[in-house]
Design a protein around this ligand. Structure first.
Ligand SMILES: [Zn+2]
Length: 486
C-alpha cells in the first residue's frame, strides 16, 4: 500500500468589472443599476437592425486607468471583435468584446498571505459590453416563467484575466479582495458583488505535487461573493482530487455553483458554447490610443492603497496594521486624513475610527460615505476629550448621540450641561457634603482603612452624574481627608 498521492490546485480567475460610467459603452443610455426593467434601452443596446455603436471615451479611460494601476501595458492599437453566441438576454446574438488584440496586457496583483508577499500575474485586461439579465420571478406562480431585463445590455465591462498563479481558495479570496480595493481606489467600479458589478469565474485544476504540467481544468461560475468563490473552489478542488485519487479522470466542463446547496453542478450542455466564431467588429474602427493620452491618464492615477498605507505609517506614526485597516477603502482613508487635519493626534484618531466608527458602520451595514458623523465633527469630539472638557467615557455616550441625531458634540454638551466639572469650588462643596454624610466611613478611613478613598471618589462621581474630573476629585479628597490613620 502506498500513501495517497498529494495534489495541489492550480487556479486562474476571470473577473468582470462593470465600469462606473454614466452611460453605456456604445450608446447614450443610462448605465445605472436597477431602475424600471427595460427602460434604459435604445435601438443600439437592444441590437435592432441598422443601429450603429459609438464608443464611450470614458469607458476606455477607466479601462486604461485599471491597466496602468496594475502595471500592465496599454496596447496602442486594439480591436473590437464580435463574440457570437445565442442567449435570450443577448438580443443581437453576439457580444462586442476584444479577442486577439485586447486593450491591456500583463500586470500583476500583489497579495499578502501570512506576511508573505505573492505576486499574481495578469494575462490581459480587455473591454466589452455586458449582456442583459434573465430572471425567474418567484411569485409569478409559474415556475417556467423567465423574464428578461435589457437595462444591463451595453453596460461597459472590463475583463481581468489572471495567470494560473493562484494555489489555494484563500489566495483567490485575497486576490479578489485586493482587486476590488484597487478598482475602488480608481473609482472605476463599485465592486458590489451582490449587484453583479464584480463577477468572478474560476478555472481550476489539480495536479500531483511536484508536477509542472497542468491537469484537466473545469470552469466554475455563478459565485456572488468572495466567500462564495472560496467555498466553490474548495468544493471543486476536493471533488477533482477525490476523483483522481480513485483512478477517475476530470472532464473539462463548466459548473455552476449553488450557494444554498454548497455544491456545484454541470451546466446544461445547451447553455455552453465552445465556438464563439470571433471576428473583428465591422461597425467599430480599430481603437488607436496616443501615447500622450496614456501618459495623461497615468498622471491622473490616485495614490494606491499600499503606497498610502506606507505614507500613513510615516506621517502619523500609526502601526502597519492600523494603516492597512484605514486604507481598506479610499473613502475610509480620506475620512481618517480629514479627521487628522482637524485633530492632530493621529494615533488617537486612528483608535477612535477603528473601534467606534467602524463598529457603527458594521452594525448599520453602511459605507463610510453615509456615516452621519463627519470628520470635522469627530475631530471636535476628540478635541474636547483632549482639552478635559469631557471625560473619555462621556465621549462615547456623546458619540452615540451624534450618530443618532447628527448633532455636533459641542451642541450636545452645551444643551445638556455635560461639561466635565473641573472647578475646584464646586467639587470641594460636593466632596465636603459626601464626607459629612458618611461619618462612619470617615472614622474607618481615619482608623487606617486607606482603600476607603475609593468609596469617597465613587460617591462624589455619583453625585456629579459622572461629570467630575476623576483625577482632580482624587487629589482634592486626599487633601480634605488627610492621611489614612492620621
Ligand atoms: Zn442604448
Amino acid at each position: 500500500m502506498t500513501s495517497k498521492q498529494r495534489y495541489e490546485p492550480v487556479i486562474g480567475l476571470e473577473v468582470h468589472a462593470q465600469l462606473l460610467t454614466d452611460s453605456k459603452i456604445f450608446c447614450g443610455c443610462r448605465s445605472a443599476y436597477g431602475g424600471v426593467a427595460n427602460a434604459q434601452t435604445c435601438p443600439v443596446c437592444l441590437g435592432l437592425p441598422g443601429a450603429l455603436p459609438v464608443l464611450n471615451r470614458r469607458a476606455v479611460e477607466y479601462a486604461t486607468r485599471t491597466i496602468l494601476a496594475v502595471g500592465g501595458r496599454v496596447n496602442p492599437l486594439s480591436i473590437f471583435a464580435r463574440k457570437n453566441y445565442f442567449y435570450p438576454d443577448l438580443p443581437k446574438g453576439y457580444q462586442i468584446s476584444q479577442y486577439d488584440r485586447p486593450l491591456g496586457a500583463g500586470g500583476t496583483i500583489a497579495i499578502t498571505e501570512d506576511g508573505n508577499g505573492i505576486s499574481i500575474g495578469l494575462i490581459r485586461i480587455h473591454v466589452e459590453e455586458d449582456a442583459g439579465k434573465s430572471f425567474h420571478p418567484e411569485n409569478a406562480g409559474d415556475e417556467d416563467t423567465t423574464l428578461v431585463d435589457m437595462n444591463r445590455c451595453g453596460v461597459p465591462l472590463i475583463e481581468i484575466v489572471s495567470r494560473p498563479d493562484i494555489r489555494s481558495p484563500r489566495q483567490a479570496g485575497l486576490y479578489l479582495t485586493r482587486l476590488r480595493q484597487i478598482l475602488e481606489y480608481l473609482e472605476v467600479c463599485s465592486g458590489n458583488m451582490e449587484e453583479g458589478a464584480l463577477r468572478c469565474d474560476a478555472n481550476v485544476s489539480v495536479r500531483p505535487v511536484g508536477e509542472s504540467a497542468f491537469g484537466t481544468r473545469t470552469e466554475v461560475k455563478n459565485m456572488n461573493s468572495i466567500r462564495g468563490v472560496e467555498r466553490a473552489l474548495a468544493f471543486e478542488i476536493e471533488r477533482q482530487t477525490r476523483l483522481l485519487q480513485s483512478g477517475g479522470t476530470v472532464v473539462q466542463e463548466t459548473l455552476l455553483w449553488d450557494e444554498k446547496a454548497q455544491t456545484a453542478h454541470p451546466m446544461r450542455s445547451k447553455e455552453e458554447s465552445s465556438d464563439y466564431r470571433y471576428f473583428p467588429e465591422p461597425d467599430l474602427l480599430p481603437l488607436r490610443i496616443a501615447p500622450e493620452w496614456i501618459e495623461s491618464v497615468r498622471a491622473s492615477l490616485p495614490e494606491m492603497p499600499e503606497a498610502r498605507a506606507r505614507r500613513l505609517v510615516q506621517q502619523y506614526g500609526i502601526t502597519t496594521y492600523d494603516a492597512s485597516v484605514l486604507t481598506d477603502t479610499r473613502a475610509l482613508a480620506e475620512y481618517y486624513e480629514a479627521t487628522v487635519r482637524h485633530f492632530a493626534d493621529g494615533k488617537k484618531a486612528a483608535n477612535w475610527i477603528m473601534t467606534e466608527v467602524l463598529r457603527v458602520i458594521k452594525e448599520r451595514g453602511i459605507g463610510i460615505g453615509d456615516f452621519p458623523v463627519k470628520p470635522e465633527a469627530l475631530a471636535e469630539l476628540l478635541g474636547m476629550v483632549e482639552a478635559g472638557t469631557i471625560s473619555g467615557k462621556m465621549a462615547k455616550d456623546i458619540f452615540e448621540r451624534m450618530v443618532a441625531s447628527g448633532q455636533r458634540a459641542s451642541e450636545i454638551v452645551k444643551s445638556e450641561g455635560l461639561e466635565q466639572l473641573s472647578d475646584d469650588g464646586v467639587l470641594i462643596a460636593v466632596i465636603d457634603a459626601v464626607i459629612a454624610d458618611n461619618p462612619g466611613q470617615l472614622a474607618k478611613y481615619k482608623a487606617g482603612r486607606a482603600q476607603l478613598l475609593g468609596f469617597f471618589v465613587g460617591e462624589t462621581m455619583k453625585r456629579t452624574q459622572g461629570r467630575a474630573n476623576p483625577q482632580r476629585v482624587n487629589e482634592l479628597l486626599r487633601e480634605r481627608l488627610g492621611a489614612p490613620g492620621g
